[in-house]
Design a protein around this ligand. Structure first.
Ligand SMILES: NC(=O)c1ccc[n+]([C@@H]2O[C@H](COP(=O)([O-])OP(=O)(O)OC[C@H]3O[C@@H](n4cnc5c(N)ncnc54)[C@H](O)[C@@H]3O)[C@@H](O)[C@H]2O)c1
Length: 281
């Protein structure tokens, strides 16, 4: 997508962090935005921030893991703005822990939000965009942890993000096959200073179980050491900086969108690819 003015955007997980900064950027660019999130309190706060930029937005409570909610989001957007040009399936959560420690509820929560949220977004928005037959763009937020392992997220997060990469690559291939006008991208952010490391404390009641993760888990020496290493080698950026970079990459119609391009990022991706290729010999 090269021109943003007067285009209609839908962003999920838009009450905080990268999603909110993307919504702010959309308004600055003269777009109209549907701001979707499941956190009512955070939505109220986001509304106040967005109003400082303009009024061309609507707030809608949406749990992306529930297809009925995503369906409502699409219908409300069409009723309000008449079309959909840009969808950013951005909502996401993470839970720390060793691979074998995740409970069934942990897995269900992460995969339902991170992976099913994106699946629902594709299932519901792509047919609308195909029907419109206009120059649209659908974007899924994965992570660097969709391409490499051993950073901050636990196995459940990494599994969901690797899933989003495969899902988005497949979507692009399928749309290219039918010469669709819809552009596709996948965002692979590095470390962005948001609420992602504490939002797992807002676990909905349906996913509660006996495993008590506390703030201490996230402040464990291991996690702090990893954050320090990542911050030094590939520093954390603000959500606003991330949104600026992401918009430039959208304008250039990049498929893989990176917020961090330091040598350490390239080396880590190359190391994984080399390990795969080496075992092919
Ligand atoms: N912050 C980083 O360093 C980083 C790095 C790589 C990828 N990401 C990804 O970026 C995306 C945005 O995360 P962020 O860092 O801005 O975190 P954040 O916690 O600040 O924002 C995430 C938003 O998603 C919302 N959300 C959670 N569950 C939801 C649901 N079921 N339905 C709708 N909304 C829901 C939260 O309420 C929150 O407002 C996520 O997909 C995350 O995995 C973040």
């Amino acid at each position: 997508m090269k021109e943003f003015k007067d285009k209609i955007a839908v962003i999920t997980g838009a009450a905080s962090g990268i999603g909110l900064a993307l919504a702010q950027k959309c308004l600055t660019e003269g777009m109209k935005v549907m701001v979707a999130d499941y956190n009512t309190k955070a939505l109220r706060k986001a509304k106040r921030k967005l109003e400082k930029i303009g009024n061309a937005f609507s707030i809608i409570e949406t749990d992306v893991s529930k297809s009925v909610d995503v369906e409502k989001l699409a219908q409300k957007t069409l009723q309000t703005y008449g079309k959909i040009d840009l969808v950013i399936n951005n909502a996401g959560i993470g839970i720390p822990g060793n691979t074998w420690e995740f409970t069934q509820k942990d897995w269900e929560w992460i995969l339902n939000v991170n992976l099913w949220g994106v699946i629902n977004g594709i299932r519901i928005f792509v047919p609308i965009m195909l029907e419109q037959n206009t120059d649209c763009h659908i974007i899924n937020t994965a992570s660097l942890e969709g391409l490499i392992t051993g950073l901050l997220g636990g196995a459940a997060y990494v599994t969901s993000k690797f899933g989003i990469i495969g899902l988005t690559e497949s979507l692009k291939l399928d749309l290219d096959k039918i010469n669709s006008k819809i552009k596709v991208s996948v965002i692979c952010p590095g470390y962005v200073r948001t609420n992602i490391f504490s939002n797992w404390l807002n676990r909905p009641s349906e996913y509660q179980d006996d495993r008590q993760i506390t703030v201490r888990d996230i402040n464990s020496e291991e996690i702090i050491a990893k954050v320090k290493f990542v911050s030094e080698e590939s520093p954390g950026i603000t959500p606003e900086q991330a949104a600026d970079i992401i918009f430039e990459e959208i304008r250039e119609e990049k498929f893989y969108i990176f917020t961090h391009k330091q040598p350490i990022v390239k080396d880590a991706i190359k190391e994984r690819m080399d390990a795969i290729l080496n075992d092919l010999d």
